[in-house]
Ligand binder design. Sequence first.
Ligand SMILES: NC(=O)c1ccc[n+]([C@@H]2O[C@H](COP(=O)([O-])OP(=O)(O)OC[C@H]3O[C@@H](n4cnc5c(N)ncnc54)[C@H](OP(=O)(O)O)[C@@H]3O)[C@@H](O)[C@H]2O)c1
Length: 335
Amino acid sequence: MTDASQDTFRAFVADHDAGVESAVREMTDADIADGDVLIAVEWSSLNFKDGLASVPEGKVARRSPLVVGVDLAGVVMDSSDGRFTKDQPVLAHGYELGTAHNGGLSERARVPADWVVTQPAGLTDREAMILGTAGFTAGLSLHSLEQRGLEPGAGAVLVTGATGGLGSCAVAILAARGYEVHASTGKDDAHEWLRSLGASEVLGRSDVEAHAERSLSKQLWAATIDSVGGRTLAGALTATHYGGAVAASGLTGGVKLDTTVMPFILRGVSLIGVDSAMLPIDVRQAVWNRLGSDYRPADLELLVDEELGLDGVAAGVRVLLDGGARGRKLVRPSA
Ligand SMILES: NC(=O)c1ccc[n+]([C@@H]2O[C@H](COP(=O)([O-])OP(=O)(O)OC[C@H]3O[C@@H](n4cnc5c(N)ncnc54)[C@H](OP(=O)(O)O)[C@@H]3O)[C@@H](O)[C@H]2O)c1
């Protein structure tokens, strides 16, 4: 654990106004002054958004300099808010963390108490960050689909961008809940790994995109958890069962959605938007509690691609920006 008395600590900082590359810097508590709860960060993780925050063209960083990192888990060092006490295990992600507020790729973080989640029973801080924002958003996607009536046995559920952080967590969470999982990926050499996570069928990325050629395609999936967008999302919509739904959360395949209304008006298909960033804290806590219980993947370690120290973050986010993710990159800031 970080020593509360130490004067400086290390953090991965984007400083786009200064025109320098994102890099590890020494900081003091005065550099992260905003927020009621001071947290010793034990674990963080890398997400696609951290890649975007690290580069000026990503247009995600809304202050400069910015400590990057949309995820963190650790213990409370100090709190001026009565809901949190010293040494309590907590986590935080979303809201403005790592975008307009200094984030979690740091040995220390200071955040508003309203953003802090109590570490759920059933997950250690390391396990919580194996999931992180990616796993949380996968869980939130399933939670949203189940609120609309999806249940195991309804038919196969498609996961797109399946080797990515969000996608791989979605495969593992769905399998843990007893769903039949179909996974689509652009990586031919990842099929066995996706099967080990719980996918019963693995498709190529282009197989899903091909369904976008028609306004209605064969009804293949009861639901889709999509983190890709673009033609992949259009393809998933046309091949969704009557009354099914697609939960859309991402844009790695593009921001444009070129499709027709046919799946909506002839099959009653729903398109559900999923946002994890501004979600109210009570829903956030409830989904985390599920991630520690009925949504908990059977073998969380299978999702871990690599463990990095802060010095490995610059290379790690580059891999994500290049579409090379394969599961989750954990970060141990004190390593
Ligand atoms: N709405 C929210 O609250 C929320 C929360 C978290 C993440 N997201 C978004 O979800 C997306 C995924 O995030 P992540 O952290 O899981 O990212 P990631 O770990 O970098 O994974 C992205 C995956 O997308 C696929 N992909 C990459 N380039 C692609 C392309 N050109 N066309 C189609 N697929 C491509 C790849 O999977 P395959 O090779 O297996 O196809 C890649 O592994 C991002 O857009 C992110 O911003 C949204």
